[in-house]
Write a protein that binds this ligand. Structure first.
Ligand code: ZN
Length: 259
């Protein structure tokens, strides 16, 4: 009996040591089938256009110089680009408005608290909305400084019907904007103005939160084209330059061709 137990234990030990080796091999195969990307644009990844804010990593009390665009505020360095982008959409006959852009620290605290009240849970300690959290609110509203709107580089659109119906953040910025012709047009043309579709549906697992259609983020034209043409999301683009977000590397399936 004792011997049987010993043999069983030895077998289990063998299995336990063999399993990680098999996983490593699978990992090796994944790496050999990596997606090849063209050479990276020659940009300064530490420049203001690439300021990151997300559930893993906030910008704190960042206050960029802002300028009014469409009655909302954008970082003044990309305000013209936002303006041109909207004008181009309107020239196509679309009624489009910015329903939300720069939100300062105080404002994001307000919205976070509102969301916590709405979803029935509230916790001041909970300042980083990590994916998988039990807090329903974390899927909808970021903690102060953790929203991309804190950077002044992003805006959300809405159409005429929504704009006049109810000027309430949670009502005007929902997934229904995704199917509208204006949103489709802006998705297709945003790179021409230096913007990206920040939360593409197929990259949810990378950015780790709800998908927000109609949310555009400025990164400059060169980066916007690279990100869009190669089907990346912003986290993956940053990682290609060696930038990790809260220690997470988002990019292990890509290999960049030498210039
Ligand atoms: Zn947004």
């Amino acid at each position: 009996m004792k011997r049987t137990i010993l043999i069983l234990a030895a077998l289990l030990l063998l299995l336990a040591t063999a399993l990680p080796a098999a996983a490593a091999e699978i990992d090796g195969e994944t790496k050999s089938a990596a997606i090849e990307l063209p050479p990276l644009p020659d940009i300064d990844i530490n420049s203001w256009e690439f300021l990151y804010a997300g559930p893993h990593c906030g910008v704190g009390r960042y206050h960029p110089h802002v300028r009014s665009v469409d009655g909302q505020y954008m970082d003044e360095r990309c305000a013209d680009a936002a303006d041109d982008f909207l004008k181009a959409a309107r020239a196509q006959g679309f009624e489009v408005y910015i329903c939300s852009s720069y939100r300062n620290w105080e404002y994001t605290i307000f919205w976070y608290e509102e969301a916590m009240r709405k979803y029935g849970e509230y916790d001041y300690e909970y300042c980083h909305c990590l994916p998988g959290s039990s807090y329903e609110a974390a899927k909808h509203v970021f903690a102060a400084g953790c929203s991309e709107h804190s950077t002044g580089l992003a805006f959300d659109i809405t159409d005429e019907a929504y704009y006049w119906a109810d000027v309430n953040y949670s009502n005007i910025h929902d997934e229904t904007v995704a199917g509208t012709p204006v949103c489709q047009w802006m998705d297709e043309h945003c790179t021409e103005y230096g913007f990206i579709v920040r939360y593409p549906e197929n990259k949810k697992e990378v950015y780790g939160m709800a998908c927000y259609p109609g949310h555009y983020r400025y990164v400059g034209r060169e980066a916007a084209e690279y990100i869009t043409e190669n089907g990346l999301c912003f986290e993956e683009f940053l990682a290609l330059y060696g930038k990790t977000i809260a220690g997470v590397n988002y990019v292990n399936e890509y290999v960049v061709r030498e210039a």
